[in-house]
Write a protein that binds this ligand. Structure first.
Ligand SMILES: [Zn+2]
Length: 200
C-alpha cells in the first residue's frame, strides 16, 4: 500500500476512534495531538523499507532495520506494537508523552497493519511466527484506485459515525440500532428476513 493510502486509513481510523469513544482518553483527546500522532505512526511500520516515505528520510534507521528483519517483518507485527507501548510507558517522567498522543500512535500503527492485510502479501502479525494474515481486497493491478476509493469511503464512514461520550454509550447506540433494524425486518411479513408460507 502507498504512503498516501496509509495516511488516509490512519486519518479515518483516528476520526472513528475518537467519535466512537473507543477509550475515555481518545474521547477527550485533543485533535492536535491525535491527528499528527496517528498520521506519523500510520507510516512508521514501513521504516523497514528504505524506499518508503519514512525510509528515504530516515535511511540511517531504515537500512539497518531492513537488513535485520526484512520488509514486512517485525515492524508489521503485534510484538512491535506491544514493544513500543512498553517503551513509551517506561520512559523517564521528564519526557512523558501525553496519553492521547500515545493512544493516537497506537491507532495509527494498528491502522497500518490492518491496511497492509488487505494486500496479497499480508502481514506476519504473530512474528517471529511466519504466518501471514491477509484479506487480499487490494490487488496490484487496481490497487491504487481501490486504495483511494476505500480510503475515502472509510473517512466518510468515520465522519458519519455518531459522537458518543463513552464506549458503553457507543455500544448501546449501535446495539439499539441493530435490534431496531432486526425488529423492523421481523415485523413486516413478506418483506423481512423470515421465510415461509406468507410469500406464496
Ligand atoms: Zn507496511
Amino acid at each position: 500500500m502507498t504512503a498516501e493510502g496509509h495516511l488516509v486509513v490512519a486519518l479515518a481510523s483516528v476520526i472513528f476512534a475518537k467519535r466512537a469513544a473507543l477509550t475515555p482518553v481518545l474521547a477527550q483527546g485533543d485533535w492536535w495531538h491525535l491527528l499528527p500522532a496517528a498520521l506519523l505512526s500510520g507510516l512508521l511500520p514501513d521504516i523497514d523499507h528504505p524506499h518508503s516515505f519514512l525510509g528515504q528520510r530516515l535511511w540511517w534507521i531504515s537500512r539497518p532495520v531492513a537488513r535485520l528483519f526484512g520488509h514486512r517483518g517485525f515492524t508489521h507485527s503485534l510484538l512491535a506494537v506491544a514493544g513500543a507501548i512498553v517503551l513509551l510507558w517506561l520512559q523517564p517522567p521528564c519526557s512523558q508523552v501525553p496519553a492521547d498522543v500515545l493512544q493516537g500512535m497506537v491507532i495509527g500503527y494498528l491502522s497500518h497493519l490492518a491496511a497492509d492485510m488487505l494486500t496479497p502479501a499480508g502481514v506476519p502479525l504473530l512474528w517471529p511466527c511466519r504466518w501471514r494474515f491477509c484479506l487480499p481486497l487490494l490487488n496490484s493491478r487496481h490497487g491504487n484506485q481501490r486504495e483511494r476509493g476505500l480510503g475515502i469511503a472509510l473517512v466518510i464512514c468515520a465522519l458519519w459515525f455518531p459522537v458518543n461520550a463513552s464506549p458503553a454509550a457507543a455500544a448501546r447506540h449501535w446495539s439499539a440500532q441493530l435490534i431496531a433494524i432486526g425488529q423492523r425486518g421481523y415485523q413486516r411479513p413478506g418483506q423481512g428476513w423470515e421465510c415461509g408460507e406468507g410469500r406464496k
